[in-house]
Ligand binder design. Structure first.
Ligand code: C2E
Ligand code: CA
Ligand code: CA
Length: 613
C-alpha cells in the first residue's frame, strides 16, 4: 500500500500513464493475475475510457474494443461500471458469455475471472481498477478491501489530473468561443519564431468594425452569439493546424500553420476578411459586420513575438483608417512611422530634462503697422539623430503616453523664463506670450496653482500670458473647463481658442466661458482670395467674435491678399509665414528690438490700432 501511495504521489497528467503502469505491474505480480487495467468514466460522453493496462497487449486492434466503450452499447459488466460503487467479481459462467467474448476478442484470453473495483470520488464512480485471470479465481474479502484502498488512491490521482487539465484548458482558452486565448497565442508564436523554424510566419490581426453597435441594438447575448458563430466559421474554413486566438472583445489573431510570403499572406487575409464579412443570423436577424485585417510577417530568429503582433496591429490600424472592411499589409512606410513613434516614446521623457527641447517664437503683428503684439511659443525637439522635430511628430505621442503634463510644464516654465529675461533687458515690454496648452494639462487638478507658481517665480503678471486651448476640450468637459478658466482669469491670464472653426463648439459654448479671443484656423485664412467659401466663414467668425466682444487673430497668413482681406474685414491681428516664421529666441530678439516687422501690404489707409490682447 505505502509503496503504491508513494508511487502515485507527485504524478501529473504527463506521467500518469507510466506511473499507473508501474503500479499495475506490481499488483499483477502480487495478486498473481494475467491482466490489469485502470479506466476513467467520461460522464459527458457516457463512456468508460482505458487509461492504462498491464501487461501491454502485444497487438491492439484498431479501433481498440477496450479503448472507449460507450455504456449504452456495452456488455453487462462494463455497463455496470457506470453506476457501481462496490467491487464486482465475474467468474467464467455462461451468465457472462457476452463479457467473456469481449475479453477474448481483445486479449485472446478465454474463460476468465474478472474483478472490477470502482474508483470513487465523493461517493460517485469515476472509473475502475480491474484484474483479469484465465480460469476461475476466488477473490477474498480481505483482498477486495486492499483493492478498494488502492482504488481510492487512483481515484484521488484521477481527480487531481482532471482538475489540472481543466485548469490548463481554462488558462489557454477563451471562455466564450473555446478558441485559444492570448497566452496560448503567445506560446505558439514563441515556438514559431524560434531560430531555425521554417519559413516566414504570417500573423493576421482581425477586428470587427462597429461591433459595439450590434451589442447596443441586439443585446449582449446576440453579440456573444455573433462572435461564437464567427469563431466556428473560422475554425471550419481554416486549416485545423492554424492558430486562431481571440484576444477578447472583437479582436482575433490568426497565425497560419503554413509559412507564406507577403503575396500569399495578403491573399489568405483577403479570404479570411470575406469569410468574416459574410452575414450571420443571430436572434432571428441576419446581420453582418465589416472586418478589418492587418497583416505582418515575421522571420524566425529575427522578429520577436511582440514586434510581429505590433506590426500586425499597426497594419490593422491603417486598414481601419482607410474606412474599414479591408486588408492592409505592414509596409516600410508604416515601419518608419512606427519606429519614429517608438523612438519618441523611448526618448521623450529624457528630452524633457536633458535640454534637447527648445522653443521657437512666431511673432504676431498688427497688420496695419507691423507692430509686434505677441509671440507664440512653439515647441521643438532637437533629436540626437533625427534633427529638429516639429511638435506634430511628438506632441500626440506625449499625450498618449502620459508625458503631456511634463512637456507642458516645461513649455510654460521656459516661455515665462524667456519673457522675464527679455523684460529684464528692456525688450518685449508689452508683448503677450502665447502658450499652447494640451487638453490633458487643462483638466489636471492643480493646473491653476502651477501657473500661479510659475508667474510668481518669474515675476510676470497674468495679463502678459495668453493660453491657447482647442475647441475640443471645451466641448468635452465644459464644467471642468469653466472652473479652471475662471481660476486663470482671477490671475488676469488671457485665454484664446485656437484653430477656431475646425471644432464643433458653437459660439454659445464660448459665451459660457471666460475667453478673450479666437484664432481663426489657418486653413481658412490660407485660402482667402482663392476660396469664396472660406471668405464667408472668416467673415462670419469675425462678425460673431465682434458681437461677443472677443478679439480675433488670423493665423496662417501666407499672402498679401489674405492679409488685406483680414484688414478689410476688421481683423487686424495676424500671424503667418508672410509676416514671420517661427524662429529661435536670438533671432526674434532682433525683431523685438525694432518692435515691428515691416510689411508691404499696400493698404488703402491705416486704421486705428487695437490694444494688444
Ligand atoms: P498651432 O497652435 O496652430 O500653431 C501654429 C502652427 O502653424 C505652427 O506649427 C506654425 O509653424 C504654423 N504656421 C504659422 N504660420 C503659418 C503659415 O503661414 N502657414 C502655415 N502653413 N503654417 C503656419 P508648428 O510649430 O508645427 O506647431 C503645430 C502645432 O503643434 C501647433 O499648432 C500646436 O497645436 C502644437 N504645439 C506647438 N507647440 C506646442 C506646445 O508647446 N504645446 C502643445 N500642447 N502643443 C504645441
Ligand atoms: Ca496655437
Ligand atoms: Ca492654430
Amino acid at each position: 500500500m505505502t509503496q503504491v501511495a508513494s508511487e502515485l504521489m507527485g504524478v501529473d497528467a504527463t506521467t500518469m500513464v507510466a506511473a499507473t503502469e508501474r503500479v499495475l505491474a506490481q499488483l499483477v505480480e502480487y495478486f498473481d493475475v494475467d491482466f490489469s487495467y485502470v479506466r476513467h468514466t467520461d460522464r459527458e460522453r457516457r463512456a468508460t475510457v482505458l487509461v492504462a493496462e498491464w501487461p501491454r497487449r502485444q497487438s491492439v486492434p484498431d479501433p481498440d474494443p477496450l479503448g472507449v466503450i460507450y455504456f449504452e452499447s456495452a456488455d453487462p459488466v462494463f455497463r455496470a461500471l457506470e453506476n457501481a460503487t462496490e467491487p464486482m467479481v465475474v467468474r467464467p459462467t455462461p451468465q457472462f458469455a457476452d463479457y467473456q467474448e469481449t475479453v477474448r476478442r481483445a486479449s485472446g484470453i478465454a474463460g476468465v475471472t474478472s474483478a472490477a473495483v470502482p474508483l470513487l470520488s465523493r461517493g460517485e464512480p469515476t472509473g475502475a481498477l480491474g484484474f483479469v485471470k484465465a480460469g476461475d479465481r476466488e477473490w477474498s474479502n480481505r483482498e477486495l478491501n486492499v483493492l478498494k484502498a488502492i482504488a481510492a488512491l487512483f481515484a484521488q490521482l484521477q481527480a487531481r489530473v482532471v482538475a489540472e487539465e481543466r485548469l490548463r484548458y481554462i488558462a489557454l482558452h477563451d471562455d466564450l468561443t473555446g478558441l485559444a486565448n492570448r497566452r496560448a497565442l503567445l506560446e505558439h508564436m514563441e515556438e514559431r519564431l524560434r531560430a531555425g523554424s521554417p519559413g516566414l510566419v504570417a500573423a493576421f490581426f482581425l477586428d470587427l468594425d462597429r461591433l459595439k453597435a450590434l451589442n447596443d441594438f441586439l443585446g449582449h447575448t446576440a453579440g456573444d452569439n455573433f462572435i461564437r458563430t464567427l469563431s466556428t466559421r473560422l475554425q471550419e474554413n481554416l486549416d485545423p493546424a492554424d492558430m486562431i486566438a481571440r484576444l477578447g472583445g472583437d479582436e482575433f489573431v490568426i497565425v497560419p500553420a503554413k509559412p507564406m510570403d507577403a503575396a500569399a499572406a495578403e491573399c489568405e487575409a483577403n479570404r479570411i476578411q470575406q469569410l468574416i464579412a459574410r452575414r450571420v443570423t443571430v436572434g432571428g436577424e441576419s446581420v453582418s459586420r465589416g472586418a478589418s485585417v492587418g497583416v505582418a510577417l515575421g522571420l524566425p530568429g529575427e522578429t520577436t513575438v511582440a514586434d510581429l503582433l505590433r506590426r500586425a496591429d499597426h497594419a490593422l490600424l491603417s486598414a481601419k483608417s482607410g474606412g474599414g472592411n479591408g486588408v492592409a499589409v505592414f509596409t516600410d512606410a508604416m515601419r518608419a512611422q512606427f519606429e519614429l513613434q517608438d523612438d519618441v516614446e523611448l526618448n521623450l521623457r529624457g528630452a524633457v530634462s536633458d535640454g534637447s527641447l527648445l522653443l521657437h517664437y512666431q511673432p504676431e503683428v498688427d497688420l496695419r503697422t507691423g507692430r509686434i503684439v505677441a509671440l507664440e511659443a512653439l515647441v521643438r525637439w532637437l533629436h540626437p539623430t533625427r534633427g529638429l522635430l516639429p511638435p506634430g511628430a511628438f506632441v500626440t505621442v506625449a499625450e498618449a503616453t502620459n508625458l503631456a503634463g511634463e512637456l507642458g510644464r516645461w513649455v510654460i516654465r521656459s516661455a515665462c523664463a524667456q519673457l522675464a529675461e527679455w523684460r529684464r533687458r528692456g525688450i518685449a515690454g508689452n508683448i503677450v506670450m502665447r502658450i499652447n496648452v494640451s487638453p490633458v494639462q487643462l483638466v489636471s487638478l492643480d493646473f491653476v496653482e502651477r501657473i500661479e507658481d510659475v508667474l510668481r517665480l518669474f515675476g510676470i503678471d497674468g495679463s502678459s500670458v495668453c493660453l491657447e486651448i482647442t475647441e475640443h476640450v471645451v466641448v468635452q468637459d465644459l464644467a471642468r473647463t469653466q472652473v479652471t478658466l475662471r481660476g486663470l482669469k482671477r490671475m488676469g491670464v488671457q485665454i484664446a481658442i485656437d484653430d477656431f472653426g475646425t471644432g464643433y463648439s458653437s459660439l454659445s459654448h464660448l459665451k459660457a466661458l471666460p475667453v478673450d479671443a479666437v484664432k481663426i484656423d489657418r486653413g481658412f485664412v490660407q485660402r482667402l482670395g482663392a476660396s469664396t467659401d472660406d471668405l464667408a466663414i472668416v467673415k462670419s467668425i469675425i462678425g460673431l467674435a465682434g458681437s461677443f466682444g472677443l478679439g480675433v487673430v488670423g493665423e496662417g497668413v501666407e499672402t498679401a491678399v489674405a492679409a488685406r482681406t483680414l484688414v478689410g474685414l476688421g481683423c487686424y491681428r495676424a500671424q503667418g509665414f508672410l509676416i514671420a516664421r517661427p524662429m529661435p529666441a536670438e533671432q526674434v530678439e532682433s525683431h523685438l528690438a525694432v518692435g515691428r516687422i515691416p510689411l508691404d501690404l499696400d493698404l488703402p489707409r491705416a486704421g486705428r490700432e487695437l490694444p494688444a490682447h
